[in-house]
Design a binder for this molecule. Structure first.
Ligand code: 13P
Length: 247
């Protein structure tokens, strides 16, 4: 797994016509140096996998902790893998907030993902109130400790730092704040995994755009981005991939 990762989280956006954005992106970016990952809604997963034909990676946005069963509306990691996914986003703040997901549930989902051969992209991040009260580093460390399963391995894991208040708001932390959190996460991962933790991609998410990507990718311990809104448009996401390739 290349350490540099440009991941697009389409969230609840995209119908078949939007696959054209990815065809356009493939035309302008036939061979990016970074790993490019697209996480469309589950309804598009199989078709997205067909479009990217292995040149970009494809991922789910969540999975259930069980492989199958009576869980109406849920999707298992096995099903995501079967549809062509190689990754799955877990513990996104929108799932933590909208669906009350806990760290323990996220860890169980991550285990299911690993068992299905997927790489979990585990998200952590503080709310604005937590940052204002000086709790950011404690919050992300606690989320990391609770959400990353004990028997995960460094070669099949991605961590995304996404401050809740920076998602979809156009606001981003200062470069110093991003550096501080990523260094803290790296140190925690080193404690859990030892020296191999230096290979775990730690990516930043929250209002990453073509005009701020290069600065963010220039920071130490920032190995890429988890991009929401700007991943929906080929030209914007392409510019972000270019910035990562150049970093
Ligand atoms: P935006 O890039 O739209 O702020 O979303 C970030 C995000 O939540 C990606 O998972």
């Amino acid at each position: 797994m290349a350490r540099k990762l440009a991941a697009g989280n389409w969230k609840m956006n995209g119908v078949a016509a939007d696959l054209a954005q990815i065809s356009a992106l493939m035309a302008t970016h036939p061979a990016p140096r970074s790993t490019v990952l697209i996480c469309p809604p589950a309804t598009l997963l199989q078709r997205m996998a067909d479009v990217v034909a292995g040149r970009f990676a494809v991922g789910g946005q969540d999975c259930h902790a069980m492989d199958k069963g009576a869980h109406t509306g849920d999707i298992s990691a096995v099903m995501l893998a079967d549809a062509g996914a190689g990754y799955v986003i877990l513990g996104h703040s929108e799932r933590r907030a909208d669906h009350g997901e806990t760290d323990a549930q996220i860890a169980r989902k991550a285990l299911a993902a690993l068992a299905a051969g997927l790489v979990p992209v585990i998200c952590v991040g503080e709310t604005e109130a937590q940052r204002d009260s000086g709790k950011t580093l404690d919050v992300v460390a606690q989320q990391l400790a609770g959400s990353v399963p004990a028997d995960a391995t460094a070669d099949r894991l991605v961590i995304a730092y996404e401050p809740v208040w920076a998602i979809g708001t156009g606001r981003t932390p200062t470069l110093q704040q991003i550096t501080e959190v990523h260094a803290h996460l790296r140190a925690r991962l080193m404690k859990q995994f030892g020296p191999q933790a230096s290979d775990i991609p730690i990516i930043y998410g929250g209002s990453v755009k073509p005009d701020n990507a290069a600065q963010i990718f220039g920071l130490s311990d920032v190995d890429g981005a988890l991009v929401g809104g700007a991943s929906l448009k080929a030209s914007d996401f392409g510019a972000i991939i270019d910035a990562l390739d150049a970093s």
